[in-house]
Write a protein that binds this ligand. Structure first.
Ligand code: G6P
Length: 360
């Protein structure tokens, strides 16, 4: 059953492995007979009547929100902002005339997100909650809700909910694009099928990734992830994952910002992990890898097929350029998992953290 660990030592390992199946389940759940994504018309028309989307979330869901912004803007051409729930409620920006709110919450119970929902409900603005838990508070209190179909997520560190959120946001973006007569970006249901197969390939290379976790992260006290554009959004999540389960102090930042400050922290053997999936920025990020390497950093490169170079340690299968986070995040989840495991931490229950935080 869903809660059965089977042969896995920890839920985090099981949940990382479940991701290809979760993607296929979402494709199934949200596609029409023509194999295209199609969602509830009332949600789509409410978004069509708005002039801007505000995504509000915390933690890993917030990191998924940044990829969501890229999807909604590029595929559906809707201006989108991403906000931390704990900041937004008490420091609200000037809103547009017709905002539409999307709450991302695996549990549907996060108090920081709920306080924002209560406020915007009082202001009369429409909202949609994407959640893994049917009947959860945020799902009941928003106007609309879409399920993530990820199955119960038990490990405190979120993995399959992150990829499920990005997948459902892809389905949403494509449906809006079609209804609005925007060209969209190809058949995303089909592209996501390719992603699921790609994820399986990465998962079959687990032993090599476990070895990289040993080589790069077993004794270091700190680490850095760098990337640009959509890879920057993924490194924010990769850094959160590594720090929360392994307790290695990790920062994820835009590769171009290195020279504006963070490069001062690079010492002999500091691990720096780069994600490179975008052709337009690959050369610049490679330059950053060389800069830190020249200062003694221990560099690990995760690159997409077609952009890889000889010494890159992890090569990702090629997928649609907007869907690269779904494959690039997987090795970073595995690096976090194995680092935590080898350090003897309680992988599923990191110290001081809770799965669902119901206090502000
Ligand atoms: C907690 C969890 C995180 C999660 C965050 C948001 O802090 O430890 O893993 O990302 O809450 O949770 P939600 O259920 O709203 O997505």
């Amino acid at each position: 059953g869903d809660l059965d660990l089977g042969t896995y030592p920890y839920y985090m390992a099981k949940e990382i492995d479940e991701q290809p199946a979760v993607l296929r389940k979402i494709i199934q759940a949200y596609q029409n007979e023509q194999g295209q994504f199609e969602l509830d018309k009332t949600i789509i028309s409410s978004i069509e009547n708005s002039d801007r989307i505000y995504i509000v979330a915390c933690g890993t869901s917030y990191n998924a929100g940044w990829v969501g912004k890229q999807l909604l803007e590029t595929i559906a051409h809707i201006p989108t902002e991403v906000h931390l729930a704990s900041e937004f409620g008490y420091n609200m920006p000037i809103l547009t005339k017709k905002p539409f709110f999307i709450f991302l919450s695996q549990s549907g119970e996060t108090a920081d997100s709920r306080q924002v929902l209560v406020k915007i409900n009082a202001m009369g603005f429409p909202s949609l909650t994407l959640t893994n838990v049917a009947g959860s508070t945020l799902s009941r209190e928003a106007d609309f809700t879409l399920l993530l179909h990820a199955g119960p997520e038990i490990a405190v560190a979120s993995t399959k909910a992150y990829t499920a959120q990005i997948t459902v946001l892809t389905a949403l973006s494509e449906t809006i694009a079609r209804e609005n007569g925007v060209a969209g970006d190809g058949n995303m249901a089909h592209e996501l099928g390719i992603v699921a197969t790609g994820m399986e390939r990465i998962l079959s290379e687990k032993t090599a990734i476990e070895q990289l976790a040993t080589d790069f992260l077993s004794t270091s006290r700190n680490a850095f992830y760098i990337g640009r554009g959509i890879d920057y959004y993924v490194v924010m999540e990769a850094a959160l994952k590594l720090k929360e389960v392994s307790y290695v102090q990790t920062e994820g930042f835009a590769a171009g910002e290195l020279k504006h400050g963070t490069i001062a922290l690079i010492e002999e053997n500091t691990p720096v992990i780069a994600i490179i999936t975008n052709k337009a920025t690959a050369g610049h990020t490679r330059g950053n890898v060389q800069e830190v390497s020249a200062r003694g950093a221990h560099t690990l490169v995760i690159a997409m097929e077609g952009l890889e170079q000889q010494n890159d340690q992890i090569v990702l299968p090629e997928v649609h350029p907007l869907l690269t986070p779904l494959v690039s995040v997987v090795p970073t989840q595995l690096l976090a998992y194995y680092t935590s495991l080898h350090r003897g931490n309680d992988v599923d229950k990191p110290r001081n953290l809770a799965k669902s935080v119901t206090v502000e």
